[in-house]
Design a protein around this ligand. Structure first.
Ligand code: IPE
Ligand code: IPE
Ligand code: MG
Length: 253
């Protein structure tokens, strides 16, 4: 039998334990209002604050937000640098508030691409909130799902060089602890705002059995009511993990 990490995700509840969001539509939100795209990113930060708080209140344990993809370097240099500045400013401004709200911050992605100032700041805020427990907020920055699988494979082989000569011994169970988000269960609910129905190289390994929710709402407009709509939709899914409906209801073992 193939061992799948999804085999362990059996318990389901109306509130997802782990929510992963592609915050998309900032640029179009701004363009529609004849504002520069950067205005959309700034409003997007307000939506982040709202959604972190709302998730905390609803008992979500892990919230993962895609802030910058490995592909986003292809954007105009001015937009990339605005996004970096906004990231720095937001981390500086929000560190204390996160701790007050018992929110632990973690950042995943290829951080070596960032300058020293941003990297140090990330470490500082991670340490500042390290003891917080209510909610783990993960920001995926310079993150790509393919990067994650590759770096996990490389790290695993570095730790167990013997596996290189016996590839048949490599299993999901051996590889998954090396993935960037190995501290969290796989996402229960994925949300993408902005109308596109694609995964854009987000957590491609971890989304294997996640419920996928797409909404046309631009990210800056996404609010508590939008979150509740997504949670309501989620609560009506039947998560079968390969089994049949009858098995889940106990009618058929
Ligand atoms: C998402 O909004 C934010 C980032 C990718 C950083 P976009 O900037 O992609 O907004 P649209 O898709 O152009 O509207
Ligand atoms: C995905 O949004 C990445 C983030 C939200 C950070 P994009 O807007 O970059 O995605 P594509 O390129 O349109 O798929
Ligand atoms: Mg976009």
């Amino acid at each position: 039998m193939v061992h799948s990490s999804t085999m362990t995700v059996l318990e389901t509840s109306p509130v997802p334990r782990h929510v992963a969001i592609i915050m998309d539509g900032n640029g179009r939100w701004a363009t529609q209002r004849r504002l520069p795209r950067t205005a959309g990113h700034m409003r997007g930060v307000q939506a982040v604050r709202r959604i972190v708080e709302a998730c905390g209140r609803r008992g979500v344990r892990y919230l993962t937000l895609f802030a910058f993809s490995t592909e986003n370097w292809r954007r105009p240099a001015s937009e990339v640098s605005l996004l970096m500045r906004l990231f720095v400013r937001t981390l500086e401004k929000e560190a204390d508030r996160l701790r007050e709200q018992d929110v632990r911050l973690r950042v995943v992605g290829e951080l070596s691409a960032f300058d020293d100032r941003l990297r140090n700041l990330i470490t500082q805020v991670e340490e500042h909130t390290a003891k917080c427990q209510a909610l783990t907020l993960t920001i995926a920055a310079n993150y790509g799902g393919r990067w994650d699988i590759l770096q996990a494979m490389q790290a695993m082989l570095k730790a167990h060089p013997d596996l290189a000569t016996q590839p048949q011994a490599i299993s999901e169970t051996l590889l998954s602890p090396w993935l960037a988000m190995s501290y969290a269960p796989e996402p229960d609910l994925f949300i993408r705002t902005g109308g596109e129905q694609r995964v854009s190289n987000f957590l491609i390994w971890q989304l294997a059995y996640t419920e996928l929710y797409f909404t046309d709402c631009w990210w800056p407009d996404f609010n508590e009511a939008s979150l509740d709509q997504a949670f309501h939709w989620y609560s009506q899914r039947e998560r079968r993990f390969g089994r049949t409906s009858a098995q889940l209801s106990g009618a058929d073992a």
